[in-house]
Design a protein around this ligand. Structure first.
Ligand SMILES: [Zn+2]
Ligand SMILES: [Zn+2]
Length: 90
């Protein structure tokens, strides 16, 4: 089963999340409904912005089929396993 989440931080889009097209189009839509294509101006967005971590990733890299990769990325969300800095620089 294909899962959709950010390849950087494993954030999963919810059905009511919206992405904005470029300003002169201004359309807002759920980009994973259309595989990254704006339904108004037909622009194909090769990269998708993650509202959680702020990074842009190739749209195709948001789709995950490999169970091991999914498990690895989902661990990013587990605060117990996340590395902690020993001390913050002054
Ligand atoms: Zn558009
Ligand atoms: Zn992210």
């Amino acid at each position: 089963m294909t899962q959709i989440f950010c390849p950087h931080c494993a954030w999963k889009p919810r059905p009511d999340d919206l992405w904005s097209c470029e300003p002169r189009c201004g359309h807002e839509w759920h980009t994973f409904d259309t595989r990254g294509q704006c339904p108004k101006c037909r622009k194909q967005w090769a990269k998708t912005h993650c509202p959680a971590c702020g990074k842009w990733s190739p749209h195709v890299s948001w789709y995950h089929d490999d169970p091991e990769e999914i498990a690895r990325l989902e661990r990013l969300l587990d605060p117990i396993e996340a590395p902690r800095p020993e001390s913050a620089p002054a």
